[in-house]
Design a protein around this ligand. Structure first.
Ligand SMILES: NC(=O)c1ccc[n+]([C@@H]2O[C@H](COP(=O)([O-])OP(=O)(O)OC[C@H]3O[C@@H](n4cnc5c(N)ncnc54)[C@H](O)[C@@H]3O)[C@@H](O)[C@H]2O)c1
Length: 349
């Protein structure tokens, strides 16, 4: 298949593109480039990378593609809070625009990188795909709105599929420090302690970034009837864990002690997720990673590449800090989350 991957230059995209290519597909990337230069190792190359915003895509841009994978987004709660309207503009309206344009261009499959965070405050039981959306943040809300918009576009010629990913972990050429396993492991490396910001009691579903990539490849390969207008929770039942279990695991592997931030109390985000559907309906999806292996992977890469505390806590690896830096430098407009063109002769680049 000829596949457009939007958001190919982010944390997941930089891992996913080689997986999709290894499965035999031709990939073209499309990314606004917010995190260009925020590198943790060599970037995947040898495929066409386009600069652009998903909100501006036209049918001509998508002519000749068989599938579009949309990973482009404001990718966490803190950035989503900066400007909720702009978050809806990119994550919900931008996604639905991209899908409508794909449909008009004759693309038959649209894979959306959604999130388990749309379940929000879900109660004590593991939630499956039939659960009510109950998002508690603009980010979670934006994913729910996008899914509702995509479902309306589904017809005999156009099959949207929503992959509701658990929280990702693992190394990537575009590492993120602002997701829990990566954060605790990187802090153990750079600070010598596993620092918990909450009391560690909340539950989180986790999935390795390579296993997310495997899920996308499995959906591309699946027969249409298995994925048409479907949503899948992406992860594994045994990887739904309490934050303090992750902290203890990081501590065991790295030897760094667990500490609690001042005033650490319970975290309000707390949910468990059921992964029965993807296991039964998408048997080609075979996750390979365990959480301890992911911690060891990040630790080994941190050692090999010399991860510094400044980088780990700064714009290079913390998405909100990079967005704020781009805004402070006048390169990103926070009112609509669009990059400003660099004036000719400017020292900014
Ligand atoms: N990382 C996780 O734990 C996780 C979990 C569940 C879902 N997701 C979803 O998966 C997707 C990828 O996540 P990630 O961790 O790689 O995020 P990321 O922030 O590292 O990457 C997002 C990429 O999208 C690009 N982008 C943002 N807005 C754009 C626009 N309007 N047009 C074109 N490109 C744009 C950015 O430049 C960046 O390269 C997101 O949709 C995110 O919400 C991520």
């Amino acid at each position: 298949m000829r596949v457009l991957v939007a958001g190919d230059r982010g944390y997941i995209g930089a891992v996913l593109v080689p997986f999709v290519r290894a499965a035999g597909h031709e990939v073209v990337g499309l990314d606004a480039g917010w995190y260009d230069g925020c590198d943790f190792g060599p970037q995947p190359n040898e495929y066409e990378k386009r600069n652009g915003d998903i909100r501006d895509v036209t049918p001509e841009d998508l002519a000749g593609f068989d599938a579009v994978l949309n990973l482009a987004a404001i990718s966490n709660d803190p950035i989503g809070h900066l400007n909720p309207e702009a978050t809806y503009g990119v994550n919900a309206h931008g996604t639905v625009h991209l899908a409508a344009v794909a449909k008009a261009a004759g693309v038959s499959r649209f894979l959306f990188s959604s999130s388990c965070s749309l379940y929000g405050a879900a109660g004590d039981k593991p939630v499956n795909e039939t659960a009510q959306f109950n998002p508690v943040t603009p980010y979670g809300d934006s994913k729910a709105m996008a899914e509702e918009g995509l479902a309306k576009l589904a017809d005999d010629d156009f099959s949207p599929t929503c992959l509701r990913n658990a929280t990702a972990y693992g190394s990537s050429p575009r590492l993120r420090a602002d997701i829990v396993v990566n954060n605790l492991t990187g802090t153990a490396f750079t600070q010598g302690s596993v620092r918990l910001q909450s009391d560690g009691s909340p539950w989180r579903p986790l999935v390795h970034v390579e296993d997310i990539s495997r899920a996308f490849v499995a959906v591309l390969k699946a027969p249409r009837e298995a994925i048409h207008n479907q949503a899948f929770n992406v992860g594994r039942d045994e990887d739904v864990v309490q934050i303090r279990t992750i902290a203890e695991c990081v501590s065991q592997i790295t030897g760094a002690p667990v500490t609690f931030a001042d005033g650490a109390g319970p975290d309000t985000r707390n949910y468990q997720v059921d992964f029965t559907k993807i296991r039964s309906q998408l048997p080609a999806f075979e996750p390979k990673w365990t959480i301890p292996q992911g911690i060891e992977q990040i630790w080994a890469d941190a050692q090999e590449r010399g991860l510094s505390a400044d980088d780990f806590e700064g714009p290079r690896f913390v998405r909100l800090r990079q967005i704020q830096r781009l805004a402070d430098e006048g390169r990103l407009d926070l009112t609509d989350l669009r990059l400003r063109p660099v004036p000719a002769g400017s020292l900014l680049h």
